[in-house]
Write a protein of this length. Structure first.
Length: 473
């Protein structure tokens, strides 16, 4: 492999012309011939026995060129990128310039990381929420425990809002049952709004054993077959149940927690809620600061860079969903989306990821941030402990360069956040230019880069790799 030329073009694009010797190209053609000759029928020869020259005479001298090119160019392109130290952020568009006995020459046009003019990134100010708890907040924290300790008790009285009725029902349209309109032994909480409007209201006052005909008109925005239609539901009430709440006292605290008194339990709930809300306030503050850093930089973001990031996000999500045993197409159908809709949504997030990556990369360069071997080894040990893996497994899953990059990003973030101050946020500046457009035809993917976290998760036991990260509310 020989890099003949590297030409910088507009919009952070680089055209790399790469040459492969005649000997290497000939070896690739011969390899393809040996692999494919068994599939080619030539009169007068047994299948797989026809000489290469005979096949080339019949189908043309370049009959094996396309596959030989596909065999050679990915490795040659990767070597050229490494040799020229190109920071690629898109797929290459490959164009064959020459292929024959003298060798192979092709041009790979690829987008590289754009230059960033970093603006202010230290000493920025943003508002930060002050965390204060009310009695209502604590009661809200208690509610899930109360709900779990609440019993449903059958009562011999008329149903009220908040009660649960156990019913059999069947819906009729023009005197005929309609699909999906029947249920038996269904528990329905009155006032929950879980049934079509008007259904629950007409069961208030009903008692066990009652049979009622409910006149219902479906909303105009309901399922197409029933939208706006007047129907009759024949309902039989089998049982009426009410919630029996527990007494909220020390005994309750002992039953639902490790504490002996209700006061201790409430203090613990308050402490945990304060911690969560302070973490949320910190994240919101840091997000506002980072948004300013991104707004302050000057950069023209190339479209292919956003496309590349969006496709990585889609592929990562698809892989994680499928790892749970759910085909990605089925997941999309369940969420009411198709691939175009999902990718469009991913592209919005991809733009923000790209902006953040460019800003933090510029801070790393400005601060001269480097990661020592000791820091790298400490991070490997931390990951091994977190994911309960052998150190060698972690190192195999996460290349050192990627781990160092992630650590450098964390240091850059700390530089920004440590210098930030709580105060009034400045007026929002014009953001970096947004990218538009879709992936061009004929482009090939380079090796994908995933974060260290994702790479280690893929090698970790299944339970350590959830479909999506959970954030505390």
């Amino acid at each position: 492999m020989n890099v003949k030329s590297v030409e910088k073009q507009e919009k952070s694009t680089v055209a790399v012309v790469i040459e492969i010797s005649g000997e290497e190209f000939e070896a690739a053609v011969q390899k393809v011939y040996l692999k494919q000759r068994g599939k080619i029928t030539v009169p007068g020869f047994r299948k797989g026995k026809a000489p290469r020259k005979i096949i080339e005479g019949m189908y043309g001298s370049g009959v094996f060129y396309e596959d030989a090119i596909n065999e050679l160019y990915p490795k040659a392109y990767a070597e050229a990128v490494e040799q020229e130290n190109l920071d690629i952020v898109s797929w290459p568009n490959v164009e064959v310039l020459e292929a024959g006995k003298d060798g192979l020459t092709f041009k790979a046009t690829v987008t590289v990381r754009p230059e960033v003019k970093l603006g202010e990134y230290k000493g920025l100010t943003a508002e930060k929420e002050e965390v204060k708890l009310t009695d209502e907040d604590i009661e809200g924290e208690l509610k899930p425990y109360i709900n779990r300790a609440t019993r449903m008790v059958t009562v011999e009285r008329e149903a009220q809002n908040g009660d649960t009725v156990v019913i059999d029902f069947e819906g009729f349209l023009d005197g005929k049952p309609f699909e999906g309109g029947k249920g038996e032994g269904h528990s329905l909480e009155l006032g929950s709004g879980s049934f079509v409007p008007g259904f629950e209201e007409q069961l208030v006052g009903a008692k066990a054993g009652d049979e009622k005909d409910l006149d219902i008109t479906f909303p105009e925005d309901y399922h197409a077959d029933l939208a706006g239609k007047a129907v009759v539901f024949k309902v039989k009430v089998n049982e009426v149940k009410e919630k029996q709440l527990p007494a909220i006292d020390d005994e309750f605290a002992k039953d639902v927690s490790e504490f002996d008194t209700l006061e201790e339990f409430k203090k613990d709930l308050a402490a945990k809620l304060t911690e969560r809300r302070e973490a949320q306030a910190k994240r919101a503050f840091e997000s506002a600061i980072m948004e300013q850093v991104m707004d302050n930089m000057e950069v023209e973001i190339p479209d292919p860079m956003v496309d590349f990031e969006a496709d990585q996000m889609v592929e990562d999500m698809a892989r994680r969903i499928q790892a749970q045993g759910i085909p990605f197409e089925q997941y999309l159908a369940m969420t009411g989306m198709n691939m175009d809709m999902f990718r469009a949504q991913a592209k919005l997030s991809a733009m923000e990821r790209v902006r953040r990556d460019l800003a933090l990369g510029a801070v790393i360069a400005a601060e001269g941030i480097e990661i020592s071997d000791e820091e790298l080894e400490a991070e490997y040990n931390r990951l091994a402990e977190e994911y309960k893996m052998e150190l060698d497994q972690v190192k195999a899953a996460a290349p050192a360069d990627d781990v160092k990059k992630d650590l450098a990003v964390k240091k850059a973030e700390q530089v920004i956040y440590d210098s930030a101050k709580v105060g009034k946020a400045p007026a929002k500046k014009k953001a970096a230019k947004k990218a538009e457009g879709e992936t061009a035809e004929g482009e090939e993917k380079p090796k994908r880069r995933r974060t260290t976290k994702k790479k280690v998760e893929e090698e970790a036991p299944a339970e350590e790799a959830p479909v999506q990260e959970q954030t505390e509310e």
